[in-house]
Design a protein around this ligand. Structure first.
Ligand code: SPV
Ligand code: MG
Length: 431
């Protein structure tokens, strides 16, 4: 009997999927692939049920003869294993970034005479509603909050990009690239104190108060689903920090990172050029303990940021702090540096991993920007934060446009660099 294969990447079965199964039945034995969690997260179909539950769900469908796990978004392994006579898929993947995967499937099938069958995509009010409901579920605080911890289990390295508004949140949420047939996208958002302050025209010195920072988070959570890592600066006084923790949990934020400084905090990238004071190990450990005690969910993470390298106190000091802060309950360690090369960061990571294989490590490679995510992962880094690149790219572009309009007394000269309004609108969801 001929084999008909189709791959599902959904937690909810709707009439579109049932239609594909019915079509597949006409071609032979129906084998359904359940796309693995690891691959799903690159598709922005973050799972709301486990991989095993998806397999069970697909298996329970009438007309399905077999279910296998498709580990990778590319079909190479599954096609080699099954040699299906037919692969069926909704024809919506003919356009956009997914078309590269479709092209690759055709090539794989051509090699032995297999055939791709494009099934007209079912898109009606009912299907649209199911899609929206799934998306909305992911946007709910209880789903969003735990997503960072889930990602730590699912992917070797989490990529977070800075967001400071609804629009930048949408860019982090929706930017997908295709490279060599694979799709990729960001996993999480970093609500940077630098960029949140800069967007408000204020210095990064904890001047923008928490109430205002929470409004920024609100703007982002309104229109996105990806997990949020909040830059909590020093966390303020412990007596205030405990309230911040509770508010962030309630809002569905996944993690706060607080840095071991006290007094007037300045941006770390100024290093020792400005006066900055590091909190003692005892003081900062106490703040972590207070936050952990206040926290009500198991999902939320309090990550301790160590400023020893920024303040040129050395690696020994950084390691001693890392040990103490994890003992105080920190759920992760962020180590920061403003050196051009990653050497001291990598040395820290290697030495930290020698006594702590588990606690997540976070880095912000703004200065040491030649190192790749893969290399960082090899040294035990779990989360990489691109902390300010969106703001730094938008700022000069806006400045140049303002200058050109002034110079030419019209906008024509600036216009060719501008995004058509229609494209901005496509980023924004309409109900
Ligand atoms: C931020 O983005 O606000 C940070 C990271 O704290 S850094 O600017 O590198 O200190
Ligand atoms: Mg900051």
């Amino acid at each position: 009997m001929k084999k008909a294969y189709t791959c599902f990447c959904t937690d909810v079965i709707h009439e579109g999927h049932l239609n594909i199964i019915n079509e597949a039945k006409k071609y032979g034995r129906v084998i359904v692939g359940a796309l693995s969690d690891k691959a799903l997260i690159r598709y922005n179909k973050f799972p709301t049920i486990s991989q095993d539950e998806r397999v069970k769900l697909y298996r329970s469908l009438e007309g399905v003869d077999e279910v296998v796990v498709q580990e990778d978004m590319l079909y190479d392994d599954v096609i080699t294993l099954l040699q299906p006579d037919y692969v069926l898929h909704g024809d919506n993947w003919k356009n956009g970034v997914e078309s590269a995967i479709r092209d690759h499937v055709i090539k794989l099938l051509d090699a032995y005479g297999g055939e791709l069958v494009d099934i007209p995509y079912t898109y009606n009010e009912n299907v649209k509603k199911i899609d929206l409901q799934l998306r909305e579920k992911l946007a709910m605080p209880e789903y969003r909050r735990k997503r960072l911890r889930q990602l730590l289990e699912m992917t070797p390295i989490i990529k977070a990009l800075e967001a400071h508004s609804g629009l930048t949140g949408l860019i982090v949420e929706k930017t997908v690239v295709e490279k060599e047939g694979r799709l990729d996208q960001f996993d999480a958002m970093w609500v940077s104190s630098l960029c949140d302050s800069t967007a408000k025209g204020k210095p990064d010195i904890e001047l923008v108060d928490m109430t205002s920072r929470f409004r920024t988070i609100d703007d982002i959570t309104e229109v996105t689903t990806k997990p949020i890592i909040f830059d909590g600066d020093t966390g303020g006084m412990s007596e205030h920090f405990v309230y911040t923790v509770r508010t962030l949990e309630r809002m569905g934020v996944s993690a706060i990172i607080i840095e071991d400084k006290k007094g007037l905090k300045k941006n770390s990238l100024f290093g020792t050029e400005v006066e900055q004071t590091q909190a003692s190990i005892e003081e900062f450990s106490e703040k972590i303990r207070a936050g952990k005690k206040a926290q009500l969910t198991d999902d939320f993470m309090i990550i301790a940021r160590i400023e020893s390298l920024i303040l040129e106190k050395g690696i020994e000091d950084a390691l001693a702090r890392a040990k103490a802060f994890t003992a105080a309950g920190a759920d992760g360690i962020m180590i920061h540096s403003r050196k051009k090369t990653p050497d001291e960061i990598l040395e820290f990571c290697d030495r930290f991993r020698a006594f702590d294989p588990q606690t997540p490590i976070v880095v912000v490679p703004t200065s040491f920007n030649s190192i790749t995510e893969e290399e960082l992962a090899k040294h035990g880094v779990n989360i990489v934060i691109y902390a300010n690149q969106l703001t730094r790219s938008a700022f000069p572009a806006m400045q140049k446009t303002a200058e050109d309009i002034l110079k030419y007394h019209r906008s024509k000269e600036a216009d060719e660099r501008l995004m058509p309004i229609k494209d901005i609108i496509t980023l924004i969801d309409e109900l």
